[in-house]
Design a protein around this ligand. Structure first.
Ligand code: CP3
Length: 349
């Protein structure tokens, strides 16, 4: 791993330091809003080929770092590569999103590969990490990631994104044993996948639970908190120095105590929670990341500036990494990203 960790602002914030202005990166910072991304994606042919071509995946990871100088780079890949590595069919329909073979009964589960076999598919991703580890500027932190088991399971069960995750909830009720076996398999694969990313040079890992918001009460504890806790504990055993960011998106009250319950070093906030509330109830336990609405990257102007300043101010008494509440969208204006960065860096609390 590169030296220079003392100067890496993201690692300092994750260790609990309150910095004069928060370090910044952006979910989906490598993406279709950037013309240079669209050009490299065209060169790769399609999205999955881009993920599996280490030189090109590293190139798109570096593009937003070159253009904006973000404090972190996030590995370019996708949460659905783990299902693919476990043997699911995966393809992307342009304009619609991912499609996978479904898991609805025991024999679908029995056909999955074992955890030990995932690296055959995922080796190119580790190569991307190694390239990035060599090529990133000294001050830039490299973030690896995976989907949380519940979120990944929702796609594996339904075979596509679903607005309310109904097929996954239905399987949870109809065949709890199969549902939990699937979650366990994904959890174990995720531990191996993140661990291999860290061995290749990832300095932080983030667990995306994009659909955590549809789990309530006991189900939230069992299927969002517990798997993130298990993954985090195992990562910390194998790699004690590596910080973990958790993102239980739309968890609402579930954000309270999430860091303590799971052991993550930082909780990423979506923009449905108010900053004052989150400062009081979530940041009290440590670093938070977030949470500007990504729509500001489309609309820009004074509202972007005002809201960015308000977020910086609200979180200024504790460790904070500035980010969006969710990924930037393809219709965003690259100039608004620059405006956000300039505002964060000059916000002076
Ligand atoms: O943030 C980054 O820049 C790193 C790369 C990254 C991607 N996906 C690239 C991507 C990361 C961290 C993800 C995570 C991911 N993927 C999540 C969790 C975060 C979230 O958004 O809630 C989920 C649910 C997925 C699954 C996925 N991948 C969907 C539903 C889609 C289609 C929707 C869409 O935006 O088109 C993807 C495709 C995808 N993943 C794209 C990118 C840049 C767009 C693909 C393209 O270029 O056509």
């Amino acid at each position: 791993m590169k030296d220079g960790s003392q100067t890496k602002t993201i690692l300092r914030a994750l260790a609990g330091e309150v910095l004069p202005s928060p370090p910044i990166w952006m979910m989906r910072q490598a993406g279709r809003y950037l013309p240079e991304y669209r050009a490299t994606r065209a060169e790769a042919g399609d999205f999955l080929s881009l993920c599996y071509k280490p030189d090109l995946a590293a190139e798109v990871t570096l593009q937003p770092i070159r253009r904006y100088g973000f404090d972190a780079a996030i590995l370019f890949a996708d949460i659905l590569l783990v299902p693919q590595a476990l043997g699911a069919d995966l393809w992307f329909v342009t304009g619609e999103g991912p499609r996978l073979s479904t898991i609805t009964e025991q024999r679908d589960f029995d056909a999955l590969k074992s955890v030990a076999d995932i690296h055959e598919t995922l080796n190119p991703i580790y190569e991307t990490v190694r390239i990035l580890n060599r090529e990133l500027p000294e001050e830039t932190t490299l973030i690896g990631f995976a989907g949380a088991p519940w979120t990944v399971a929702t796609y594996m069960i339904a075979g596509q994104g679903t607005p309310d995750q109904a097929p996954a909830h239905a399987l949870m009720k109809a065949n709890t044993q199969l549902f939990e076996a699937l979650l366990d398999r994904i959890t174990e694969a995720t531990i191996e996948y993140l661990s291999a990313q860290i061995d290749a040079g990832a300095e932080v890992v983030k667990i995306f639970d994009s659909w955590a918001g549809s789990l309530k009460g006991d189900a939230f504890e069992r299927y969002a908190v517990a798997p993130t806790k298990r993954i985090t504990a195992e990562i910390k055993t194998r790699h004690p120095a590596i910080p973990v960011i958790g993102f239980p998106r739309e968890a609402g009250d579930g954000y309270v105590g999430f860091a303590k319950a799971t052991g993550v070093d930082c909780v990423a906030l979506d923009n449905s929670v108010s900053t004052d509330w989150a400062a009081k109830h979530v940041q009290v336990d440590g670093c938070v990341q977030g949470n500007l609405a990504s729509s500001h990257m489309v609309t820009g102007g004074q509202p972007l500036v005002d809201e960015t300043r308000a977020i910086v101010r609200a979180f200024s008494n504790g460790p904070h990494i500035f980010n969006l509440g969710h990924g930037i969208t393809p219709d965003a204006d690259p100039e608004n990203v620059q405006l956000m960065i300039d505002t964060v860096r000059s916000a002076g609390v």
